[in-house]
Design a protein around this ligand. Structure first.
Ligand code: ZN
Length: 480
């Protein structure tokens, strides 16, 4: 028997099991037993040709087996197979000449560093002369910004275009309640300069994209990836490899996190680990899937630690190692990563030598085109749905969100059928009646409507989901 660990995003296909024990003499056989037991999982991790999808990695104990033959790799009793999918999830100044001294105030401020032989005066000056770019001032960027400024990193660049929102405060501890509505850049910079007025902060109020990334990254020694989406992750990775800058990576999802250092000469990059992103929608973002508020603190501080170690040249950096953190189990695991000689970016014969269109690469609509679900013909407005209910029209309203979302708020007449359960529960619906589906904002219910139409139902999507219901029909319904 071998044990297979199932990561959170895939547990929806394994009846919520986080691990299963299965028979099989090789990795291929064990994976076959797994996908026979859970058929819905099959198309998530394999292509139609039976190849492992490129955003999924399989490890046997702590060895990456992607470059080995999965059918021929033997599995012994007691071995552990891990399935590790990629998860999403954190004004150019003029460079000053390196500073050779610390002021009297700085010596007092950094005294607990200065008395450690691993840092000392020489190390503190390295920190003062270091230039670090934080991409994102959200969940991961918050602890990074607080501690890197406290540690005395002399120049810190911040990239963000967002404003502080109430839902950010559960984890983005660099922003306070009074900052809601302010630019995250200003809120973060004020807090960091309050902690340490000796540092320089460069603010880039923009979304990082292919047209600006090279210029923004160029002045910095180290880039720290605190983004929450795949297009920016691949962009940061590729730009760092091209510019030969280390990329301190972290990502978070619910109770789990990952961290590593990519783009270090000779070491692997993010594309060696995940050559391609998952299809849009498979791996939910933190906004859709949720995240434990404390988790980005843990992962962000691992990133901060690695950045400081790189600057000091101290210890063993997290290069060629993927650190996995499971907060529920309170367990860290470490997997080996190798540079893939065939990697399109950092391989021996790279094919990606300049930045590409990352929105397109990740199969995403462009940011300005579709911030929320686009309206489709046949969509129905919440006001009209309310009128149908009040008139007593004969139709079925279904809510395709998850049960814990239903507990936050719901429309009392709606029948709860989570999107993932719809295919096997579709027989609960009367096909002679019109069906109206809703979710939080209209994206999942759009998928439900597509599915129902294909199954022969008359189905319509309630535009804007329960959030729009709260705006237009019943303001007592809380938003989340
Ligand atoms: Zn690579």
């Amino acid at each position: 028997m071998a044990k297979i660990l199932i990561p959170t995003p895939l547990r929806q296909y394994t009846e919520k099991h986080d691990s299963v024990e299965l028979e099989g003499g090789s990795v291929g056989e064990v994976l076959l037993s797994l996908t026979t037991k859970f058929p819905d999982l099959r198309k998530q991790i394999f292509t139609d040709e039976g190849k492992l999808r490129s955003f999924v990695n399989v490890y046997l104990n702590d060895e990456d087996i992607r470059y080995l033959k999965k059918d021929a790799t033997p599995v012994a009793a007691g071995d552990t197979l891990s399935i590790v999918p990629s998860i999403a999830g954190g004004a150019t100044g003029v460079a000053e000449p390196p500073t050779a001294t610390l002021s009297k105030d700085e010596i007092l401020r950094y005294s607990r560093h200065l008395i450690m032989p691993e840092v000392g005066m020489e190390g503190q000056l390295k920190l003062k002369n270091a230039k670090v770019l934080l991409v994102g001032t959200g969940g991961l960027g918050a602890p990074l910004g607080l501690y890197l400024s406290a540690a005395g990193i002399g120049r810190i660049g911040l990239v963000d275009f967002d404003v502080v929102d109430f839902t950010n405060l559960q984890r983005q501890v660099i922003h306070g309640t009074k900052d809601v509505g302010r630019k995250k850049l200003d809120s973060a910079a004020d807090k960091m300069l309050d902690i340490n007025p000796n540092i320089q902060i460069d603010r880039y109020e923009t979304a990082l994209d292919s047209s600006n990334a090279m210029d923004i990254l160029a002045p910095y020694d180290i880039v720290i990836d605190g983004t929450d989406n795949f297009p920016t992750r691949y962009l940061v990775n590729d730009a760092c490899v091209i510019l030969k800058k280390p990329n301190v990576y972290g990502s978070i999802f619910r109770f789990e996190g990952q961290a590593s250092i990519f783009g270090y000469p000779g070491g692997p990059c993010y594309r060696c680990l995940y050559p391609e992103p998952p299809p849009p929608g498979l791996v939910p973002s933190c906004a859709e899937g949720g995240v434990l508020g404390i988790l980005p603190g843990t992962i962000g501080l691992i990133q901060a630690t690695e950045a400081v170690k790189l600057i000091l040249g101290a210890g063993d950096p997290l290069i060629g190692r993927l650190l996995l953190y499971d907060a529920l189990a309170m367990r860290f695991r470490e997997l080996k990563l190798r540079r893939n000689p065939e990697c399109p970016v950092c391989g021996d014969h790279p094919t990606v030598t300049k930045l590409i269109d990352y929105q397109q690469f990740c199969g995403m609509p462009h940011r300005e085109e579709a911030p929320v679900a686009t309206a489709q013909e046949g969509d129905i407005d919440p006001v009209e749905v309310k009128a149908k209910i009040d008139r007593g029209d004969d139709f079925i309203l279904i809510d395709v969100r998850e049960p814990h979302e239903y507990q936050i708020c719901n429309i009392p007449t709606a029948k709860l059928i989570p999107l993932g359960e719809l295919p096997r529960r579709v027989n609960e619906l009367d096909s002679s009646k019109e069906i109206v589906a809703h979710c939080k904002s209209g994206v999942r219910s759009g998928k439900a409507v597509d599915f129902l139409k294909q199954a022969g139902f008359r189905a319509r999507n309630m535009k804007g989901g329960i959030l729009a219901w709260s705006d237009k029909v019943d303001p007592r319904v809380p938003k989340y």
